[in-house]
Design a protein around this ligand. Structure first.
Ligand code: NAP
Length: 324
């Protein structure tokens, strides 16, 4: 009997996942698409019917049009990400497909990056590196003074897998108080010593505000000109969730006018952020190019979870990390 076929849209998909898929399925990778060369038009050109499953390891939006191109045999889709804001979920439901993601396995890598960003933004890495590289380094100048993590209040917007891993790490920094906001009480919060508060209270009280919730219609531009006004002038804002959580024009104004102290961003809108984006020009906006889950081990583990999601779904079993 012919093996069931799974299409992988981006060739950067790690070999570890391919090996696993090959135990029972026939994986097919679009051979020339990587994160630089791919465009949604290219993907559309390459999508073909005759596949039972799809690994959507790209940032592009998975729409009903693409699902139609993939044809009626399609049964299961897995992302290679924890966020699903790039998936048209209604179209998946309409076609009765199973959808999975790669939750949990990237918590540690993303939490590490968050701590790096937080320190970088609080302790003025960007200004310092600029001075050093331009040969302007002067010792002991006042601009270099940053913000302490010890004795601070840290506010986590979205105490999910990543948010909890961030709290576990920051406990070693002698933070005075952890607070979080979200739609529900998290049972894990008690052991972490984190208290649930409203978003408004979190923004008002926090020395560090960390965004690690999904992007949705409720969270789009959660940080905007109004909410930025609530924050402390000494506050550091860190975003590892999605660029769309922040109104970037409002953030630019707030950083330029000293309404908040600094920002550390792993995610922006759009991505890649154009070289002439005003945020890049700001000395107090420390930006890195979506490096959250980018470690060899984590990417391999994500590929294996995506592969297992598909193997299980095509075997009629629940995925490892089912979205529904
Ligand atoms: P998760 O375990 O599902 O946690 C998400 C948390 O956000 C949940 O605790 C949820 O709690 C909370 N949440 C949902 N809506 C909220 C709202 N309106 N306000 C505040 N909190 C809200 O997901 P995760 O793995 O931690 O990932 C979180 C997000 O990080 C992903 O959706 C993705 O966008 C982003 N991410 C980024 C990277 C990167 O490389 N930078 C990597 C992975 C993930 P309630 O439902 O109770 O509100």
């Amino acid at each position: 009997m012919a093996l069931k076929r799974v299409l992988i849209v981006n060739k950067t998909y790690p070999e570890a996942g391919i090996k696993l898929l090959k135990t029972k399925l026939e994986p097919v990778i679009i051979p020339h698409l990587d994160h630089e060369s791919e465009s949604i038009l290219e993907i559309k050109k390459e999508i073909a019917t005759g596949f039972d499953a799809l690994i959507w390891n790209t940032k592009h939006r998975l729409t009903g049009e693409i699902l139609d191109l993939a044809g009626p045999r399609l049964k299961a889709v897995s992302t290679m990400a924890s966020g699903i804001d790039h998936i048209d979920v209604n179209e998946i439901v309409k076609r009765n497909l199973t959808l999975g993601n790669t939750l949990n396995v990237l918590d540690d890598a993303v939490a590490d990056i968050t701590v790096g960003l937080l320190i970088g933004a609080a302790r003025r890495f960007k200004e310092g590196i600029r001075e050093l590289e331009s040969g302007e380094w002067k010792f002991g100048v006042q601009w270099s003074l940053g913000q302490d993590i010890a004795r601070s209040t840290v506010g986590i917007v979205g105490l999910g897998g990543i948010g909890q891993a961030i709290v576990r790490r920051l406990k070693g920094f002698d933070v005075a108080k952890f607070i979080y906001s979200g739609r529900t009480d998290k049972p894990e919060a008690k052991a972490l010593g984190a208290e649930r508060v409203s978003l408004e209270q979190l923004l008002k009280e926090s020395d560090f505000v960390i965004l690690c919730c999904p992007l949705s219609k409720d969270t789009k531009h959660l940080i905007n000109s109004e909410t930025l006004k609530i924050m402390k002038t000494t506050a550091v804002l860190v975003n590892i969730g999605r660029g769309g959580l922040i109104d970037q024009k409002a953030l630019y104004d707030a950083l330029k006018d000293g309404q908040i102290f600094s920002a550390g961003l792993d995610v922006t809108s759009p991505e890649p952020l154009p070289k002439d984006d005003p945020l890049i020009s700001l000395p107090n906006c420390f930006i890195i190019p979506h490096l959250g889950s980018a470690t060899v081990e984590t990417r391999n583990a994500m590929a294996c979870i995506a592969a297992n999601n598909i193997l299980l779904a095509l075997d009629g079993k629940p995925m490892l990390y089912p979205v529904f």
